[in-house]
Write a protein that binds this ligand. Sequence first.
Ligand SMILES: Cc1cc2nc3c(=O)[nH]c(=O)nc-3n(C[C@H](O)[C@H](O)[C@H](O)COP(=O)(O)O)c2cc1C
Length: 192
Amino acid sequence: MAVRVLVVPGSFRTGSLNTRLAALATKKLALRGAEVRRISLADYQMPIYNGDLEKESGTPAAAQKLAEQFMAHDAVLLVSPEYNASIPPVLSNAIDWMSRDGVAPFRDRVFALAAASPGPFGGVRVALALRQMLEASGLGALVIPEHFLLTFAGEAFAENEELKDAAADKRLEAVLRALIERATALKLSRES
Ligand SMILES: Cc1cc2nc3c(=O)[nH]c(=O)nc-3n(C[C@H](O)[C@H](O)[C@H](O)COP(=O)(O)O)c2cc1C
């Protein structure tokens, strides 16, 4: 059975560079034989985490639904903008809420990280911050070492939404290949 990959852009603004990169990654993953689903966090809107709110009403339905999506896939590709050298609130907040019901959405699946930035650093700091949040906290997620950073992303896409730069395209393909390989290995070990 094909590896199931969930693609989650960390931005849902109109024209989002990260959503465009996520769309391209989705297409490439499907071409590699994965069963891919790309979602939008616009469909999982939830309040900012607040302990009082949690006490009164528990985990919001949107966070539960998102956690179910994570759990229904063998791999998760997060494609996130960098905000002030870190994780944008919409993604960070979703992870915070999901973490309150345990680590199940983060364990027993493989994560990969990608970022697109109009600037020269390509979102390296959001990749590091997400890696720390997912891997080095109590969440204990498995994040593959390879990540993809798209620099000067405003000018990076051709008219057909492919990447203009062949070297960047090759790096993206390498990350997606690694994600599928790791997820396949995990799936096989789970099934054996
Ligand atoms: C609040 C805020 C903070 C930002 N901080 C950074 C940053 O630290 N590094 C960076 O490369 N870009 C930063 N940017 C620019 C974003 O990379 C840029 O707006 C990008 O297009 C957002 O991603 P999106 O197109 O997928 O929505 C910031 C943008 C906003 C709105």
